[in-house]
Ligand binder design. Structure first.
Ligand SMILES: [Zn+2]
Length: 380
């Protein structure tokens, strides 16, 4: 084992090259196909036999247990392949002595490198485990993808899976045992009637109605008693020129909470405000299209999966930090499957074009990914 870890340490340059290869293939949510095919190709080159792309577009590789028995469990290891906000054009990567910069360089090219490298090491060193391993490179984790790739995997294998290791971008030492509850929707106002801004003044204006709804909602005091609760308004759109009454407007809306009760109350507040406006403007269509609803779930940090994870981290001198997050892990946590999310690098400015990674952190991150997978695959 020490020799393998030393090998990873020595291959920093190779790891960075693979990281650049992965990050350079654009893969905005919904457009991951080229990257997924590249990954499948890499896996075939490693001599893995059971590699498929499923109906959702995920790349899945199966590594059966050495001596399958009743005691053999099944561990799912996943990393998402989509990036949060690149438009799908060329991804610019640049580096200096200490850092490497580019959209998706950490999130989640680092995680993908973690899984590919682990599979390479398993193959090269002919490592065998008492448990079955399923490796999933998922699509649609970010934003409006609403974890659709992970949902497909859990739907397909859910009952077989005993534990999930979800490999994310950063930070190293992260041990996520908690999914933050989430509610996401798009609020759409359609007045069905526009008009001349001066001549028809007095007709309902979609932009004004939407702004009033948001203003009313923002006055609501979010409960912070049993955990943090937040809301966000994203991507507001109004249609109309300077001298026309807007007939349509829309915004993206999100609530997050560590507490299901607060999540529900905040959700109900939004609904009641929308109903007030529906009554006030009977001719106006006010729709709320829900795109994601995730319950808040916490697994005890004393669960075996976290013990094995932190044991591996401590072997490498990493200080574990238990935390909460929203990742592909939400889906398996919600399905009541013990799930740990770990990080692969030290990086900053995630979900932006200024994302960057401390280069020296990558080999430690990859060692940790390998060792955590190894520990859980051997001892779960
Ligand atoms: Zn991510």
């Amino acid at each position: 084992m020490n020799k393998i870890l030393q090998d990873i340490e020595r291959s920093q340059e190779k790891l960075l090259n693979l990281l650049i290869q992965i990050a350079k293939i654009p893969s905005p949510t919904g457009f991951e196909k080229v990257k997924i095919e590249y990954i499948k190709d890499q896996l075939s080159k490693l001599g893995l036999k059971k590699v498929i792309i499923d109906d959702a577009g995920n790349c899945i590789a199966n590594l059966p247990a050495q001596n399958k028995s009743k005691q053999s469990k099944t561990i799912l290891v996943v990393a998402h392949t989509d990036t949060a906000c690149d438009p799908g054009g060329e991804v610019q990567i640049r580096e200096d002595k200490k850092y490497i910069y580019g959209h998706g360089i950490c999130d989640n090219s680092a995680g993908v490198v973690g899984l590919l490298t682990t599979l390479e090491l398993i193959q090269k060193n002919n490592l065998k485990f008492p448990h079955n391993l399923i490796f999933g490179f998922t699509v649609g984790e970010e934003g409006l993808g609403a974890k659709r790739g992970m949902k497909a995997i859990i739907k397909r294998f859910g009952k077989e899976i005993d534990a999930v290791i979800n490999v994310e971008s950063h930070h190293i030492g992260r041990v996520t045992n908690q999914a933050i509850g989430q509610y996401r929707s798009e609020i759409i106002i359609d007045t069905k009637i526009g008009g001349h801004s001066y001549r028809d003044f007095g007709r309902p204006n979609a932009n004004v109605i939407l702004a009033s709804i948001i203003s009313d909602f923002s006055k609501f005091k979010l409960s912070q008693k049993k955990g943090k609760t937040t809301f966000n308004i994203g991507d507001m759109k109004g249609e109309a020129s300077i001298n026309a009454i807007a007939s349509k407007s829309a915004c993206l809306f999100e609530i997050r909470s560590e507490d299901n009760d607060s999540l529900l109350k905040t959700q109900q507040k939004l609904e009641s405000i929308l109903n007030q406006y529906r009554k006030k403007f009977p001719g106006v269509e006010i729709t709320n299209n829900i795109s994601a609803q995730v319950p808040a779930v916490t697994f005890s940090k004393n669960h075996k999966i976290y013990h094995l994870t932190t044991k591996a981290q401590k072997k490498l001198g990493i200080t574990p930090k238990i935390n909460a997050g929203n990742t592909d892990g939400d889906v398996s946590l919600a399905a009541n499957i013990p799930t740990v999310t770990i990080g692969t690098s030290e990086g900053w400015n995630t979900h932006s074009f200024d994302e960057y990674m401390e280069k020296a952190s990558l080999s430690l991150g990859i060692k940790q990914v390998f060792l955590v997978i190894n520990e859980v695959a051997s001892n779960y």
